[in-house]
Design a protein around this ligand. Structure first.
Ligand code: PLP
Length: 382
């Protein structure tokens, strides 16, 4: 890895850490479909054993992600949910989890049901409020403090260093869903996090054509990390080799895509801040956002490609505005090259903290001016 010392993440990404196909000397690493590996006559293994715990196609993407996150180890999962749920599947009845009220809704829904089913106590708090996190942890019982920052869909910001301090004093690990900022904008381990999770389906892959998740750890010998690895090994929520190969391919352009998405999100936010047809723009890059000061300290190189607008006419007007858009694609998900729009309240249902007038915007790599003009014409019609 000496060639990767002293160069920037953009260079690691573009070069995929300089990996190539060992067998052919092709400049692109190969795909290894084998599910099982040769054993010697004495039954020992000279290398890998079986593709559920280990697959050589995973290794290149895992090592690149570890380098980006400043992690000792990373592992791929078959989806973001498979990665996130592996963290909680290490817990026992009687344990306690502190999570955010504002977070990826499907994980919040799963977590509530899982904790209830297995006798795990769960406290959901406003993670933008450090005092609320401190009040929620139970020393000796809280095992995981789960954070998403910026958090879906209001982009509320958690102070990671403060959350890490609180978690560690209580004897818990801090696990961070880093999907939205990507390691280019936030490296949670530098702020004290123990575990970093990604829905690699989003920015890391970046082309809306792979479902995948990842976990990374600050310390590979941490018992919690060993337990999470055992969940993947034993439950087997792994991706296929082709998807893992596509992930590495997607990651090579991550820096360009994230830079472009951040620039566009900032332009869209500035354009619609104070706009007559927009009640509020939620974007941590705006000084009006409650998390701006922490985000400015904690995020480097931009505030992310995600923002939300609250349409002045209320819920029905926001749905109508989304229907009138021509360039923003109406679809769930985020972090792809194409810009997406979604009316989150109708997706998340009645127990969601998401306001009914909110449209979530995922900025892609199209022209920012075109995207702004499209939003203008859609809002003008409602
Ligand atoms: N975390 C965040 C922030 C997400 O947006 C998502 C998916 O939308 C997930 C986790 C779950 O990822 P996946 O859909 O790959 O299971």
């Amino acid at each position: 890895m000496a060639e990767n010392q002293g160069v920037s993440p953009e260079t690691w990404l573009a070069r995929a850490l300089g990996r190539h196909d060992e067998a052919t000397h092709g400049v692109v690493p190969g795909i290894h479909p084998a599910t099982t590996f040769l054993r010697e006559g004495d039954l020992s293994y000279p290398g890998l054993v079986y593709a559920r715990p280990d697959n050589p196609t995973f290794t290149a993407a895992e090592q690149l992600l570890s380098q980006l996150e400043g992690a000792q180890e990373s592992i791929l999962f078959g989806s973001g949910m498979a990665a996130a749920t592996a963290v909680f599947q290490t817990l026992r009845p009687g344990d306690h989890v502190v999570g955010p009220t504002v977070m990826y809704w499907a994980l919040r829904r799963w977590l509530k049901g899982y904790c209830e089913q297995f006798g795990i106590a769960l406290t959901l708090v406003d993670m933008a409020d450090t005092d609320a996190i401190a009040a929620a942890v139970v020393p000796g019982k809280t095992q995981v403090v789960w954070v998403e920052t910026p958090a879906n869909p209001t982009w509320s910001i958690t102070d990671l260093s403060a959350a890490a301090d609180i978690a560690h004093k209580a004897g818990a690990v801090l696990a961070v869903d880093n999907t939205v900022p990507t390691p280019l904008l936030t490296r949670p381990i530098e702020h004290g996090a123990d575990i970093v999770m990604h829905a690699a389906t989003k920015y890391l892959n970046g082309h809306s054509d792979v479902v995948m998740g990842t976990l990374s750890c600050a310390r590979a010998d941490h018992p919690a990390w060993q337990a999470m690895k055992a969940v993947r090994r034993d439950i087997g929520g792994i991706p296929g080799p082709f998807e893992a190969w596509l992930l590495l391919r997607g990651m090579r352009t991550l820096a360009l895509r994230v830079e472009r998405a951040c620039g566009t999100a900032m332009k869209v936010a500035n354009h619609f801040h104070g706009h007559a047809r927009v009640a509020e723009v939620l974007y941590p890059g705006l000084p009006s956002h409650p998390g701006h000061a922490v985000a400015a300290r904690q995020m480097t190189g931009g505030f992310g490609g995600m923002l939300s607008i609250r349409v002045a006419g209320g819920g029905p007007a926001s749905v109508e505005a989304a229907a009138r858009l021509r360039l923003w694609t109406r679809a769930t998900s985020l972090g792809g090259v194409e810009s997406l729009v979604e009316h989150r309240a109708s997706v998340e249902g009645p127990d969601s903290p998401c306001p009914p007038d909110l449209l979530r915007l995922s900025c892609g790599i199209e022209s920012a001016d075109d995207l702004i003009a499209d939003l203008e014409q859609a809002l003008a019609g409602v």
